[in-house]
Write a protein that binds this ligand. Structure first.
Ligand code: PEP
Ligand code: MG
Length: 754
């Protein structure tokens, strides 16, 4: 039996008859199960194998034997394998086709007696994917041991594509049926990515789906593919050139063009067309293979680029269908976009004035689409599994990205609450706009310097007419993250100069590269550490790769010629580490002086305080630094031993608790005594109630999320520093878990605007 395979087949294109006869099954008006059985029978007949089976994935990551020709039919719907169990489970888990000459002898073989499969020696299988959702596995077996040629595995993959098409439509329609029966209220917990609230109608962003899988006319399909790629390129160029596209968005879109021009990628797609696939199926197959490989990597950055890649795939398939961009007619004026995954270009295709919120099945702060959404101030939630199956188009949604909830068809009380919060937000916004150029001074004359945290050009636009004193933290890693390679000195200088230019004479504190942990550079070594937040990151990387630090410092010096240069080093753990970093700066300054460069007129060198060990060297540290800036995000995570990226644990301890506030008071007082400027640049400085406490403790400089600026100015102007100081002092030795409710009551009683 197995011999005939070897003799008959040499190249995948020679499996054409089988593919043709399978294609004839697709439009038949019979049930899905009958169709699958028919295909299995055809495979047995044409390939001359002894068994052909189809397993489908069921809830709980279990594979069910859905259909078989050759195994005991009684095992159908009765045999189950866990993902990773046995060879079929392994094919599903590893998400790639595999062949075993003698499966019975393989260490991973899992014997299911009800199938009678002990008589079959060889086994080959391919995962069935629709887009990137695993639907199941198709397998073939022979009685004799058999070495499967690679072309046969490729054909099995193509058959899996056809089966995916048949199976997906049935899975999708049963899912629709399941959800369309209920319009009940639902409240779902989600991860907050961009704060804000929104009320609107769901619009489910669906990726283009396949119309046809197999084709005869290779020439015609290749022409279609070339034309679609050309149009995709034109569309992306158009997005790049749009006047309101910011430079970092253009950088992201430029990487799409690289894919469109990639010869290897194109070659693979053409090869698949020659194997009998339509242009659209070839695009999907090649892209799915690549995405699966990307998914297997541990590199967080590469994983996040998967969304961009799917975005591009879907765009090309849509073009192959001859469809235009999403029509605004379909979008309500208040649309909340629901997507399993979404790329930045797909988001930019929508009329963004109508998009009031976004819900993603999975997402993170560094995903490109999130970066784009942030620049348009669109609130984003993520982390809701199967979101597109839970919601119907036009369902009413209330999105709360401040607290981390999504309400589906909310009850009237929730709707009322959202409406009044939205009204309040509008009122607040107009009140905040009035803050405009008023000074940030408390009722009793305590002057506070308000600064913003920035990293992208778009951050400067979120300030909305509220005056502020400068950039207290410029996160230089963000331009590095949206670049293709380490930017050279000239490219960096240009970025820093542009920022300084925008800021006119206001100070900009440049933080040296803070990469590692969740900020991964695609082109830089990734050590795949078990605990990256406490690993090789930030100053540890740049001290070890000194050339990167030196080049960055050189760019700072060039950009600040004739101006004051503010440099800040992140994640400093000891005084020695700071002095080492400072020495590197001195070296660069020396280097530039010797080359007669125009030098900065003044230089201020400081450190972030993010690692608790530094608290115990603070009295020594202040002798070496010009300023200290407290990074409360990292400091909280290390002080309380709570992972800042883990929402379950993050809210367990409070920065408004006696130990944290006492620590902050110690920092403020130690710096003040030494005459060293001390600011707070972590998220704590963006939260109104926390800011009341910080100012009460004596902090005179804050650097915050630009969106919080107006609100924080209103807080400062409505409080009395001295009185809050007295109030807090009474409770700093308390043993309660948090002073939050006490402070909230105080603020309410004293009309402080939080
Ligand atoms: C911090 O840790 O508080 C901080 C401002 O740095 P980042 O959030 O960039 O790690
Ligand atoms: Mg930090």
């Amino acid at each position: 039996m197995a011999q005939s395979l070897l003799h008959k087949q040499k190249a995948s294109s020679q499996y054409g008859d089988l593919l043709k006869s399978i294609r004839k099954c697709v439009p038949l008006k019979i049930s899905v199960e009958e169709k699958i059985n028919l295909i299995l029978r055809k495979i047995i007949k044409e390939l001359g194998v002894d068994v052909c089976s189809c397993y489908l994935i069921r809830p709980g990551d279990v594979l069910e034997l859905y259909a078989t020709i050759g195994l005991n039919p009684k095992a159908v719907h009765e045999t189950f394998l866990r993902l990773g169990e046995g060879l079929i489970g392994e094919i599903a888990l590893k998400q790639k086709p595999q062949a075993f000459e003698n499966a019975l002898e393989h260490a991973s073989f899992s014997y299911k007696p009800e199938t009678d499969e002990q008589q079959f020696k060889s086994l080959a299988g391919a995962p069935i994917f629709y887009e990137n959702v695993l639907l199941g596995v198709i397998s073939i077996q022979t009685k004799q041991p058999f070495v499967y040629p690679p072309e046969l595995l490729n054909v099995l993959q193509i058959i899996a594509l056809v089966m995916a098409d048949i199976l997906y439509s049935s899975v999708a329609s049963s899912a629709e049926k399941k959800i369309s029966t209920g319009h009940q209220h639902k409240k779902i917990e989600a991860t907050r990515l961009i704060p804000g609230i929104a009320l609107g109608n769901a619009y489910i962003h669906r990726r283009a789906v396949l119309n046809t899988v197999l084709a005869d006319d290779v020439h015609k399909e290749i022409k279609k593919l070339d034309a679609a790629l050309k149009t995709a390129e034109d569309e992306i160029n158009h997005l790049i050139m749009k006047p309101d596209t910011k430079s970092e968005q253009s950088d992201i879109l430029e990487t799409y063009l690289m894919f469109v021009h990639d010869k290897g990628w194109l070659q693979q797609m053409k090869q698949e067309i020659e194997n009998g696939l339509t242009a659209e199926a070839a695009v999907l197959k090649v892209c799915s293979d690549l995405v699966r490989r990307m998914e297997l990597t541990k590199d967080a950055y590469i994983k996040e680029r998967i969304h961009d890649f799917r975005d591009l795939t879907s765009r090309i398939i849509r073009l192959l269908h001859g469809k235009q961009l999403i029509s605004t007619k379909k979008l309500s004026r208040n649309a909340i976009l629901i997507a399993e995954s979404l790329g930045p270009a797909e988001l930019l295709d929508y009329d963004l004035s109508r998009i009031k919120g976004i819900v993603l099945e999975e997402g993170s702060q560094t995903m490109h689409v999130v970066i784009v959404a942030r620049s348009y101030n669109i609130p984003v939630l993520s982390g809701i599994k199967d979101i597109s199956a839970l919601v119907l188009n036009n369902d009413v949604l209330a999105l709360d990205a401040d607290r981390g909830f999504l309400y589906i068809n909310p009850a009237d009380e929730v709707l009322d609450e959202f409406e009044s919060r939205l009204k309040e937000q509008k009122r607040l916004q107009s009140r905040l706009t009035q803050m405009g150029s008023l000074p940030a001074v408390t009722q009793d004359g305590f002057v506070v310097s308000l600064n913003i945290n920035a990293g992208l050009e778009t951050d400067l636009m979120n300030v909305r007419g509220i005056t502020y004193d400068g950039i207290g933290l410029f996160r230089t890693e963000l331009p590095f993250m949206s670049s293709e390679k380490l930017p050279d000195v000239e490219a960096q200088t240009a970025i820093y100069r542009r920022v300084l230019g925008e800021m006119k004479e206001k100070p900009v504190v440049f933080r040296s590269l803070d990469i590692g942990s969740d900020k991964i550079l695609p082109y830089f070594e990734n050590r795949n550490e078990k605990n990256p937040a406490m690993g090789w990151r930030s100053i540890r990387v740049t001290l070890d790769r000194r050339a990167i630090l030196r080049k960055q410092l050189r760019a700072f010096i060039h950009a600040c010629a004739g101006k004051t240069l503010w440099v800040m080093f992140p994640m400093i753990s000891t005084v020695a580490e700071f002095t080492e970093a400072r020495k590197t700066l001195e070296l660069e300054l020396q280097h530039e002086r010797e080359r007669n460069q125009v030098m900065p007129k003044e230089i201020k060198v400081g450190t972030m305080l993010e690692v608790p060990s530094l608290l115990f060297q603070l009295e020594e540290l202040v002798k070496y630094v010009d300023f200290v800036s407290v990074g409360t995000n990292d400091l909280t995570q290390f002080l309380f031993a709570t992972d800042r990226s883990n929402p379950i644990i993050w809210s367990r301890y409070d920065t408004l608790s006696p130990p944290f506030l006492r620590m902050m008071q110690f920092v403020q007082q130690t710096c003040e005594k030494a005459g060293v400027e001390c600011s707070v640049c972590g998220e704590m400085a963006s939260h109104p109630l926390e800011v009341v406490a910080l100012i009460g403790l004596g902090f005179k400089k804050l650097s915050m999320n630009p969106a919080a600026l107006g609100r924080i100015k209103a807080v400062v102007r409505s409080m009395n520093q001295e009185k809050v100081h007295e109030f807090l002092s009474r409770y700093l030795s308390d043993t309660t878990a948090s002073l939050r409710s006490l402070l909230q009551a105080y603020v309410n009683d004293h009309d402080i605007f939080v």
